[in-house]
Design a binder for this molecule. Structure first.
Ligand SMILES: Nc1ncnc2c1ncn2[C@@H]1O[C@H](COP(=O)(O)OP(=O)(O)OP(=O)(O)O)[C@@H](O)[C@H]1O
Ligand SMILES: Cc1cn([C@H]2C[C@H](O)[C@@H](COP(=O)(O)OP(=O)(O)O)O2)c(=O)[nH]c1=O
Length: 227
């Protein structure tokens, strides 16, 4: 069996973690794991952790580290036969240390996107709350305005995606992410990508991953190779 590959993608809200993770999952056959999706599944299933997490998410707060690790680490431990890419976890140094004790990461992708770009994207981010699917009127609009493509249910906007809340969220991200980024830098597994357009960043990420994981032949030709 080919060596398993474990990667994490980090970045501020709106940096494109979800969007890029989907592309990586499609191109390289990794399982895309998302902390937000895990939380939504637990909330929907009314698990103990889900009920607790909901009280924080509803107030626009981060879920405490011990709840996150209790929820996610057992799921990761079960994935002994899969290569995966984790999006949204770890967010804090405590989460990173807990993850470290469970598995060895091969690679960390950090997205570095200018504030103005994040502001523009998030102020136009539309979410299907039940699934977490995200849309943007310019970048990936829903087929019918205001409606989720699959369920047809209404899309909503989060107050904390609006510019007034965003400055505080970004400041908070920078504070908590810095020690995590430093940790991965010191381990030599951090790769940072900067830019305003995902379609310009993607070829570089694709190229990096191609050196680490064999692409799936059927999807390999969809993406522009690195210049
Ligand atoms: N690693 C984590 N630690 C603490 N809380 C988390 C974590 N991941 C997700 N959450 C909580 O779950 C909520 C939903 O997560 P999700 O990643 O779907 O949100 P999002 O709005 O797409 O994230 P972003 O803030 O990157 O835009 C977050 O706003 C946060 O409250
Ligand atoms: C990646 C990307 C996303 N978007 C939009 C789609 C979403 O509405 C929003 C956030 O993208 P998303 O992938 O949800 O970011 P994250 O998971 O890091 O929070 O920005 C763009 O407009 N352009 C882009 O290049």
């Amino acid at each position: 069996m080919a060596k398993l590959f474990r990667a994490v993608i980090m970045g501020p809200p709106g940096s494109g973690k979800g969007t890029i993770s989907e592309r990586i999952a499609q191109s390289f056959g990794l399982k895309h794991l998302s902390s937000g999706d895990f939380l939504r599944e637990n909330i929907a299933a009314n698990t103990e952790a889900g009920v607790l997490a909901k009280t924080y998410i509803e107030r626009g707060l981060m879920v405490p580290d011990n709840v996150m690790t209790r929820l996610l680490l057992p799921r990761l431990e079960e994935m002994t036969r899969h290569s995966w890419l984790m999006d949204g976890f770890p967010c804090t140094l405590a989460q990173a240390k807990a993850l470290n004790s469970t598995c060895d990461l091969d690679l960390v992708i950090s997205l570095n996107i200018p504030y103005e770009t994040l502001k523009d994207r998030l102020s136009d981010r539309w979410i299907h709350p039940a699934s977490g699917r995200v849309y943007n009127r310019g970048f990936n609009p829903p087929r019918v305005q205001g409606r989720d493509d699959l369920s047809g249910e209404p899309l909503i906007q989060h107050d904390n995606d609006q510019p007034e809340a965003l400055v505080a969220r970004l400041r908070h991200y920078k504070d908590v992410a810095k020690p995590v980024i430093d940790l991965y830098k010191s381990k030599g597994i951090l790769h940072t990508f900067s830019g305003t357009e995902t379609d310009r960043i993607w070829p570089y990420i694709n190229s990096l991953l191609s050196t680490k994981i064999p692409s799936r032949p059927e999807t390999d030709t969809q993406h522009i190779p690195m210049p």
